[in-house]
Ligand binder design. Structure first.
Ligand code: VGL
Ligand code: ZN
Length: 198
């Protein structure tokens, strides 16, 4: 059984959004066209409360895209984005959400960021995705979405670490690319055994 895991295809990660990824909107149609080839389609949704600790605005005068230290490690401070219930947190209107079997929301804990579809960044709290996939008999995961170097990469790495076979289709992903983060994420995924499809 094969699952398509679509990472954070949300307005705030598309042009005009609060944490816009260049060409983020261009992946929606190709993703729609892939859906029919999978037994299960999962969407993830970055879903932060106001004042989330990953927001630069929650750290006094900190600049967006600067780094801070959290109890669980270094953390990039982001512009406010994907606030629960906001238009920015909604799925991009060009994405066909009707075919989705489940939506996994992440990032609701105000104290911990959550890039991965499987675990919060402290690696302690699971989202339930691994159990859902196992219960549905899915061992092969194809991942696409936003952003390649953060939420897609962290999800792919956690997928492999949890015993799934993971392929990332790069033409249906777009990256933030902060200080070489795209190249680093590709190298990390390759080293972990993620199949990168050009
Ligand atoms: C993401 C930064 C902050 C992502 C989410 O979806 O890649 N990046 N929150
Ligand atoms: Zn976020």
């Amino acid at each position: 059984m094969k699952a398509l895991v679509v990472i954070d295809p949300q307005n705030d990660f598309c042009p005009g959004g609060a944490l816009a990824v260049a060409e983020g909107d261009s992946i929606m149609q190709p993703i729609n066209e892939m859906m029919g080839a999978f037994d299960l389609v999962i969407l993830t949704q970055d879903w932060h409360p106001q004042g989330h600790s990953s927001f630069a605005s929650s750290h006094g005068g900190a600049a967006p895209f600067s780094l801070t230290d959290m109890p669980y490690g270094p953390q990039v401070l982001w512009p406010d984005h994907c606030i629960q219930g906001s238009d920015g947190a909604a799925f991009h209107p060009a994405l066909d959400t009707v075919r989705a079997d489940a939506v996994i929301r992440k990032g609701s804990n105000p104290a911990v960021d959550s890039y991965s579809a499987f675990f919060e960044n402290d690696k302690a709290t699971a989202t339930g995705l691994a159990g859902l996939l196992r219960d549905r008999g899915c061992e092969d995961l194809t991942m696409v979405g936003l952003a390649t170097d953060y939420c897609v990469a962290w999800s792919a790495l956690d997928g492999v670490a949890n015993g799934f076979r993971v392929e990332v289709r790069l033409p249906a992903c777009r990256a933030i690319n902060l200080d070489g983060s795209l190249d680093k994420s590709l190298a990390d995924m390759r080293a972990a055994g993620v199949t990168l499809m050009a």
